[in-house]
Design a protein around this ligand. Structure first.
Ligand code: KG4
Ligand code: ZN
Length: 337
C-alpha cells in the first residue's frame, strides 16, 4: 500500500492529489483557470503556464494538508508528462522532478489520457477490467480495450475534432460562454433533440474512429445559412437555439453510444468505462447507461467530480506504475503528443 502525490498541469487545471493504494483519495485540489481564459473564448497557453507556476506550490500544499501527510509519508510522486500544452506540462514535470530529488522519492510519469481511461476504476473493487473504455474530453475522443492498468490498447480515435472540442465550438457558434460543453448540456434540457436532423458520421462499417468536424459545420450553416459563417444567430428565438443545442448534443451522443456498442460487439466484452470531461454530459451518461442495460453490459462511469482534469486519476494510475517499479529518471521530459 503506497501513498502517491499526483500532479496534473497539462491544460488549464492546476491539480494535486494524495491517493493511498490507488483508490483512497485523501486529498484532492483542483485550481481551475476557467475565469482567466473565458474572455478569450478558449485556453491561452501562455496564460495557462503562468497560472500553473503561480498556483502549483499552494495546490500541492493544500492537497497534502487535506490528507494530513508530510513529505515523509509520501512514497512516490506521479506527474502528467504527456499529452497537453507543452508549457503547461513543463511546470508540473519540473515541480515533480524537483520534489522527487529534494525529498528523495521515486518519480512516476503518467500519460494523461491513460489516466482518464483508468479513472472509472478509482472506487471500483475489484477493478472493472476487462472493459471497453470510452474517453471523451476537450482534446480526445477515443475507444480503448482495457485488460489491466498496464494493458490498454487503443481501438479507435477521432480523425479530426474531439467531442469536447465540438461542444466548445458549437457553443461559440451559439454565443454561449466558455467552456461550452456544460452550457450546451444545460440549454439542451429545454430543447427538442429531434428538432434538427444533424449528421451522424459513422465512417466505415467496422470503424471505431470518430469524426466531429462535419456536425460542427452543419450547425454553423444551419444557424447562418448555407456557406455563411455569421449573421444568423440574431434571427433565432431562444427556443430555436435550445432546439439546436439539443439536436447537436443528441447526434454526438448517438455516435458515441453507437461506436461504444460496436466496440463491445467487436471485442465480445460486457463492461464499459466512461471518462473525460464530456463524460459529465447528462444525456451521454443517461443514454449510455440505458443502452448498456438493454444489452446486459455494465457501465462504469467516472464519478462527476473525476471527469474533468484532476490529479487523483494521475496518482491512482501512478500507484500501479509504482507497484511495477516503473520509475522515471530526472531526465524526464514533457511531450505535447
Ligand atoms: O477532460 P477535460 O477536463 O480536459 C481535457 O483533457 O480536454 O475536458 C474538458 C472538455 C471541454 O471541452 C468541456 O466543454 C467538456 O469537457 N465538458 C462537457 C461537459 N462538461 C465538460 N461537454 C459536454 N457536456 C458536459 N456536461
Ligand atoms: Zn483531460
Amino acid at each position: 500500500m503506497a501513498t502517491i502525490l499526483g500532479i496534473e498541469s497539462s491544460c488549464d487545471e492546476t491539480a494535486a492529489a494524495i491517493v493511498v493504494d490507488g483508490r483512497d483519495v485523501r486529498g484532492n485540489v483542483i485550481a481551475s483557470q476557467i475565469e482567466l481564459h473565458r474572455k478569450y473564448g478558449g485556453v491561452v497557453p501562455e496564460i495557462a503556464s503562468r497560472a500553473h507556476i503561480e498556483r502549483l506550490d499552494s495546490v500541492v500544499r493544500e492537497a497534502m494538508g487535506q490528507a494530513r501527510v508530510t513529505p515523509h509519508d509520501i512514497d512516490a510522486i506521479a506527474v502528467t508528462h504527456k499529452p497537453g500544452l507543452i508549457g503547461s506540462l513543463l511546470i508540473g514535470v519540473t515541480a515533480a522532478k524537483t520534489l522527487s530529488w529534494y525529498w528523495g522519492k521515486p518519480l512516476v510519469a503518467v500519460d494523461h489520457v491513460l489516466a482518464h481511461v483508468c479513472s472509472p476504476a478509482i472506487d471500483v473493487d475489484p477493478a472493472p477490467w476487462p472493459a471497453v473504455g470510452l474517453v471523451v474530453s476537450g482534446g480526445h475522443s477515443s475507444l480503448y480495450r482495457v485488460d489491466g492498468f498496464d494493458r490498454i490498447e487503443r481501438l479507435g480515435q477521432t480523425i479530426d475534432d474531439a467531442a469536447g472540442e465540438a461542444f466548445d465550438k458549437v457553443a461559440t457558434i451559439l454565443d454561449l460562454p466558455y467552456p461550452g460543453g456544460p452550457e450546451i448540456d444545460k440549454l439542451a434540457r429545454r430543447g427538442d433533440p429531434t428538432a434538427v436532423e444533424f449528421p451522424r458520421t459513422m465512417l466505415g462499417r467496422d470503424s471505431l474512429d470518430f469524426s466531429f468536424s462535419g456536425i460542427k459545420t452543419a450547425v454553423l450553416y444551419h444557424v447562418n445559412g448555407p456557406g455563411k459563417t455569421s449573421g444568423g444567430l440574431e434571427n433565432l428565438t431562444d427556443q430555436q437555439i435550445a432546439d439546436i443545442a439539443a439536436s447537436f448534443q443528441e447526434s454526438v451522443v448517438d455516435v458515441l453510444v453507437a461506436k461504444t456498442m460496436r466496440a463491445l460487439d467487436q471485442t465480445g466484452l460486457s463492461a464499459v468505462g466512461l471518462s473525460g470531461g464530456v463524460a459529465a454530459n447528462s444525456r451521454l451518461r443517461a443514454m449510455l447507461e440505458a443502452t448498456c442495460q438493454s444489452r446486459d453490459a455494465t457501465l462504469y462511469a467516472a464519478k462527476m467530480g473525476d471527469c474533468m482534469d484532476n490529479a487523483a486519476m494521475i496518482a491512482a494510475l501512478g500507484e500501479h506504475k509504482y507497484q511495477r517499479r516503473e520509475f522515471a529518471t530526472l531526465e524526464l521530459d514533457a511531450a505535447a503528443r
